[in-house]
Write a protein that binds this ligand. Structure first.
Ligand SMILES: NC(=O)c1ccc[n+]([C@@H]2O[C@H](COP(=O)([O-])OP(=O)(O)OC[C@H]3O[C@@H](n4cnc5c(N)ncnc54)[C@H](O)[C@@H]3O)[C@@H](O)[C@H]2O)c1
Length: 444
């Protein structure tokens, strides 16, 4: 099939490249000329394991092209995906201007029948507004082109997006006529078994995406709240988790206590769900609570550090390990590292950071932050290490050796990746989440 992918960010690029890998002819359109130039020259501007290889191969074989010109993208398109960003707008609602701009361009240019598939995460009712805009654009030109609208929300996880595309748990499709269902089956049936293709009406598909993200975020906030209780009660959240996760009705997914969730999806989607409820006259109490608990959790590491060192951190060498909101991605949107580093800098600490993939975040973090090229350089001379992202590289560090170069052996482990016994043996003062705060006050 000929596919136009509007938006070449995480979702558009992964989906476009993977559909090309499956033999479709895909043209990715983006308004960001710098992104398109990079892609044309074979450089994938985001970090996503396996993506660059696929993009290069499909480009070389002519099945994947890039342009800033949506007219070129739409010329032969049988299916046009809209995969542009839907960030939080004023008041916590969803900013739909990028989706609507894409819809208006399609309405202004489409001259043949085409299925328009909304991949962006959008509040219930948006797909119909997109169709209205496209149809009025077509009608205003006196064209007889017909567009049909389909909702196909995306569930990829950054860091495993390519695998998620080729082996999805499920593909959710909101389609309201047989032709739409056939088109989507044609796109997916070669690699998604029928029982994993879930067809429904458009409104239900739109809500399904928010419901999934809200449920996952809710589990994180739930265990984080239990972790706070463990701290004050002197219990161990990992033991509690083990006891919970073995109940098959509960399971262990998304029950890791930490320093809060971030990323481009959970925070904004929870807010959007809350806002959608408000617009429709329904208070979304769970969404609100999930978000409030997370905001509190993002402060936990900073509060521990202040409790330990006081409010004046002038001259304190703070070594931050991990910037991205989770491992295997360079995405720092709403990452817990940001408010933490802002607080440390504001209180006077000298902050050095290291992330295996994010090597420079100078547009996001305060200018005084120093960027190290590895863990040893980050920790050298530091008064305290603060682990914020659970990259694999950080799970097996030899703290005994690393501690030798630190000024003081103190670790704030925001993801509970270290073994308290080992840290004790390495002489560390070790703070973690929901495990009784200080496991050991080691040698000074
Ligand atoms: N990132 C994820 O993990 C993820 C997962 C599932 C769903 N989603 C949803 O998918 C959507 C896209 O997210 P993303 O992370 O890929 O966003 P992104 O910001 O990485 O990419 C969006 C791209 O769209 C481009 N764009 C904006 N307006 C355009 C227009 N009119 N024409 C062409 N291009 C335009 C931007 O320049 C940008 O490159 C959002 O609704 C998001 O909530 C994201």
């Amino acid at each position: 099939m000929n596919i136009c992918m509007v938006g070449a960010g995480y979702v558009g690029l992964v989906t476009g490249a993977c559909l090309a890998e499956k033999g479709h002819s895909v043209i990715c359109v983006d308004v960001n000329a710098a992104v398109i130039e990079k892609l044309k020259s074979g450089v994938v501007p985001i970090y996503e394991p396996g993506l660059e290889e696929i993009a290069r191969r499909c480009s070389a074989e002519g099945r994947l092209r890039f342009t800033c010109d949506i007219a070129e993208g739409l010329r032969d398109a049988e299916v046009c995906f809209i995969a542009v960003g839907t960030p939080s707008g004023d008041g916590g609602g969803t900013e739909l201007k990028y989706v609507y701009a894409a819809a208006d361009s399609v309405g202004a240019l489409l001259s043949h029948d085409c299925a328009v598939v909304v991949k962006s995460t959008v509040p219930v009712g948006t797909c119909y507004s997109v169709l209205d805009r496209i149809e009025s654009g077509i009608a205003s030109r006196g064209s007889f082109a017909r567009a049909e609208i389909i909702s196909n929300p995306e569930f990829l996880k950054e860091g495993s997006a390519v695998n998620d595309f080729f082996d999805p748990d499920r593909v959710v499709i909101g389609a309201e006529n047989e032709n739409s269902r056939e088109i989507m089956s044609g796109l997916y049936s070669s690699f998604v078994p029928p029982e994993r293709m879930i067809f429904m009406d458009i409104a239900s598909a739109e809500i399904t995406k928010y419901a999934c993200n809200a449920m996952l975020a809710l589990r994180i906030s739930f265990i984080n709240e239990i972790a706070l209780l463990c701290d004050v009660a002197g219990a161990d959240v990992l033991a509690v988790k083990a006891g919970m996760a073995t109940d098959p009705r509960i399971g262990g997914h998304f029950l890791n206590a930490g320093c809060g969730y971030g990323g481009s999806c959970f925070p904004k989607d929870i807010q959007a769900l809350d806002q959608t409820g408000r617009v429709l006259g329904l208070e979304m109490k769970m969404a609100l609570a999930t978000s409030l608990v997370n905001e509190r959790q993002k402060l936990v590491l900073g509060n521990m550090i202040v409790e330990r060192f006081g409010k004046n951190l002038k001259g304190l060498g703070a070594a931050v390990l991990g910037l991205s909101f989770k491992p295997e991605t360079d995405d720092m949107r709403y990452a817990p590292s940001i408010p933490l580093i802002n607080t440390l800098t504001r209180l006077g600490a000298d902050v050095t950071v290291f992330d295996p993939v994010v090597r420079d975040a100078s547009g996001i973090l305060p200018p005084s932050v120093k960027y190290a090229s590895g863990v040893p350089e980050t920790l050298a001379g530091a008064d305290a290490a603060i682990l914020v992202t659970e990259w694999d590289d950080f799970k097996h560090l030899d703290w005994d050796v690393l501690g030798m170069s630190m000024k003081r052996r103190i670790l704030f482990d925001g993801r509970n990746v270290c073994d308290p016994g080992k840290m004790e043996r390495a002489g560390f003062e070790y703070y973690c989440i929901g495990r009784g705060r200080t496991v050991n006050v080691g040698r000074p």
